[in-house]
Write a protein that binds this ligand. Structure first.
Ligand code: SF4
Length: 473
């Protein structure tokens, strides 16, 4: 399985893995020829289609030499290009979309029996993906999807047309999945949604996301995160829930996109720079140690030098711990692709360079300010050869920790930051503490968590029971 794009796709691939496991497939060891290759594609990244067709062309000789081998293409690009994929690469056996991930095993079987490519795409969600089984990639951390789709209409974004309207999962279903993960030793869950904090819109409860954060924080998890919120829906109630729930981590990814109000208007982002900065102030008032990261697009159509200066000004005032920065390029199918005032690529590149220079300096300064601080690190990887362990602090900063005897991936250590690097913190001294965890036991035994197929996937009609009515929380 090859996965491109965002966390949604990474998590969908866990579902695809779980479905294939259930259908009797198993991952092949590296170097062996698989019976099935699945591409889970992304339509957002530049040149996504060239990359896909390049990969498919690369695979064709192997497929020709391997009787019975099948290729399936799913995800956002499949949802967008549909039958164009088999027209261009007729040797692809299955094309499936973002709304019918669960159909993949049946489509593979049908393609095998009928000896014909199967292209099946739906316009609306068939089964909430979280109702499908999942093969998880980590013993310690897990994604849990709380909603899919998006009701916003940001003019640079293809997601709403490919993932559909927002559908919210019932709180009880989310909590049941979290409970299953906690029982298997998972320590950290990231709640996922295209617009995660508008959760509850479907059942008319504006306080639903804060309530869900509090409830998930009471399941026994050590760390709760969420991504990605939209500034428009970021209420004081959510900030209160973050501050009052010890398991919710002091980290926040808050997409700015632009610091210019004119550009935000053209992007159809409903907040303005002042409101954005006000949210950050209110978050920091309650969570002074919060590490806040962002997304920024440079060179949106019509962006003037003055607009870009506004972005630099807001970035400086925001004191982001890090930023994902993008050079705008038109994406077919989005409104902004046909906007007048497309900014010449060399201008976009020059502005982008200035933004990256500014943000890199601020990220480094933020990391250097951490020197001497005690951090709790959830270890993700132990690299004995390099004498190093990698993990994440509670505020989600990457920490390189000097290797220590007996620490396994999935364990939790406490250490002191000795150096701030450009994209990470270093902790070279002896550990202050090491806690063996159930996740570490699972990792050491080669056991990964799984969540089974559940019957209650799709939201029902009407409002769900309030979270306060759920027993045990
Ligand atoms: S909020 Fe905007 S950028 Fe995010 S998925 Fe929805 S339309 Fe796309």
């Amino acid at each position: 399985m090859r996965t491109y794009g965002c966390q949604m796709n990474v998590h969908d691939s866990e579902r695809i893995g779980g479905l294939l496991d259930e259908a009797g497939y198993a991952p092949v060891p590296a170097g062996q020829t698989p019976d099935v290759v699945v591409f889970n594609t992304c339509a957002v990244r530049e040149n996504a289609d060239n990359r896909l067709y390049g990969n498919l062309g690369h695979l064709k000789p192997l497929k020709d030499r391997t009787p019975g081998m099948q290729i399936a293409v799913g995800g956002c690009l499949a949802q967008k290009d549909q039958a164009a994929i088999t027209a261009r690469a007729p040797y692809v056996d299955v094309v499936f979309g973002t709304h019918n991930v669960g159909a993949l095993p049946v489509l593979l079987e049908r393609a095998r029996v009928e000896q014909q490519s199967q292209v099946e795409l739906l316009e609306a969600l068939e089964v909430f993906p979280s109702a499908l089984p999942a093969r998880r990639a980590s013993a310690a951390t897990a994604w849990v999807s709380i909603s899919v789709g998006c009701d916003n209409t940001c003019t640079f974004c293809i997601v709403p047309s490919l993932r559909g309207k927002e559908r919210d999962r019932l709180p009880a279903d989310v909590l049941r999945e979290v409970d299953v993960l906690v029982a298997q030793g998972v320590l950290e869950v990231t709640l996922l949604g295209q617009n995660v904090n508008s959760y509850g819109r479907e059942f008319g409860d504006r306080a639903a996301f804060g309530a869900l954060l509090r409830a998930v924080g009471g399941t026994g998890l050590e760390r709760v995160r969420f991504t990605s919120p939209h500034p428009r829906d970021f209420t004081d109630d959510v900030i209160d829930a973050m501050a009052e729930t010890p398991a919710v981590c002091p980290s926040l990814h808050m997409p700015l996109q632009s610091g210019s109000d004119a550009v935000l208007r053209a992007m159809r982002r409903s907040y303005r720079s002042e409101r954005f900065l006000d949210i950050l102030d209110r978050v920091r008032a309650q969570l002074p140690a919060a590490a806040i990261t962002t997304d920024i697009i440079v060179g949106f159509p019509g962006e003037t030098d003055a607009d870009f200066e506004d972005t630099l000004r807001v970035v400086e005032a925001s004191r982001f711990a890090g930023a994902f920065t993008f050079q705008y390029s038109p994406r077919p199918g989005t409104p902004a692709a046909s906007y007048p005032g497309q900014v010449p690529p060399e201008v976009v590149a020059e502005r982008y360079g200035r933004l990256v220079t500014l943000q890199d300096a601020m990220t480094l300064a933020g990391h250097e300010a951490q020197v001497g601080a005690t951090v709790e690190v959830l270890v993700h990887d132990v690299d004995g050869r390099r004498g190093r362990m990698d993990g994440r602090a509670r505020d989600n900063r990457l920490v390189h920790v000097a290797a220590a005897q007996g620490v396994r991936a999935g364990d939790v250590v406490e250490t002191v930051v000795t150096r701030g690097g450009p994209h990470y913190l270093e902790a070279d001294g002896a550990l202050l503490a090491h806690r063996r965890t159930a996740a570490g036991d699972a990792w050491a035994a080669g056991r990964l968590p799984s969540t089974p197929r559940v019957a209650l996937g799709m939201p029902g009609v009407g409002a769900p029971a309030p979270l306060s009515a759920l027993s045990c929380r």
